[in-house]
Design a protein around this ligand. Structure first.
Ligand SMILES: CC(C)(COP(=O)(O)OP(=O)(O)OC[C@H]1O[C@@H](n2cnc3c(N)ncnc32)[C@H](O)[C@@H]1OP(=O)(O)O)[C@@H](O)C(=O)NCCC(=O)NCCS
Length: 214
């Protein structure tokens, strides 16, 4: 009988760089992430998220969160997929780093998104995890461009993008809690990428096959 990781290779992905580890989200990781989210990711008077999932009532968040996890597996298609990895720092689950892409084999681009539990922010982990993940996308999954977006008032997210080498690429007007907000579009080209420490990757081969590269 094949293992779950053989059927869905993201479970077996592991990217490490010193104290940082990004790994596939299994049951233990998703529950640890849910606990972090319940502990708070941002000041509730504001939201950094275009899809305001943290605004859900306390009694709805747990099932919503598991549904997000199941959905990323249930809706995986070569022409439309998301890859989200749990972020660990010194062995502790601290957040999520992911990418979403459509028609990847043609476009070779995707949009990164991430969050950290509030206690783990402002310590450089956000920069370290984005650098490690972008190195993985460029060097192991053959991305030729990586995009991102952040609300104009999200200084931390924009700070990470600046340090990693993303360039601003226009402004989109969006709705946040019923009001207009400017979303800054960002794009990272391989030549602009400000790398972090070298990464070690386990499980890239099966992941490449899953997305149709090999
Ligand atoms: C966005 C996020 C992942 C960034 O990770 P982080 O670990 O907090 O960021 P870092 O410590 O690596 O900081 C990167 C840069 O941003 C800047 N920065 C970080 N937090 C900041 C803040 N609250 N205000 C202003 N600047 C800030 C710093 O200048 C830093 O650059 P420096 O090293 O030159 O000083 C994290 O803050 C987070 O999870 N925030 C809530 C969720 C979120 O906003 N997700 C992104 C949605 S687009």
């Amino acid at each position: 009988m094949p293992s779950l990781t053989e059927i869905y290779p993201p479970f077996g992905l592991q990217i490490t760089a010193g104290p940082l580890e990004l790994r596939g989200i299994g049951e233990a990781e998703v529950l640890a992430l849910l606990a972090l989210a319940q502990g708070g990711i941002h000041d509730p008077s504001w939201t950094p998220f275009a899809f305001p999932w943290t605004d859900a009532p306390d009694d709805e968040l747990p099932l919503n969160y598991l549904q997000w996890w199941w959905q990323s597996m249930a809706t995986f298609r070569r022409n439309s997929w998301n890859l989200d990895l749990a972020v660990l720092w010194e062995g502790e689950v601290v957040g999520v780093q992911g990418v979403a892409t459509r028609d990847f084999l043609v476009t070779r681009t995707g949009e990164t998104g991430s969050w950290l539990g509030a206690a783990h922010q402002g310590k450089g982990i956000g920069t370290a995890m984005r650098r490690a993940f972008c190195a993985f996308l460029f060097d192991h999954l053959e991305f030729s461009e990586i995009t991102s977006a952040a609300f104009a008032d999200n200084a931390a997210s924009r700070g990470v993008s600046r340090k990693v080498g993303y360039r601003e690429n226009g402004v989109l007007r969006q709705v946040r809690r019923g009001e207009m907000v400017e979303s800054i579009r960002l794009v990272l080209a391989p030549a602009d990428f400000v790398r972090g420490p070298e990464i070690t990757v386990v499980g890239a081969g099966p992941a490449r096959k899953l997305i149709g590269l090999d």
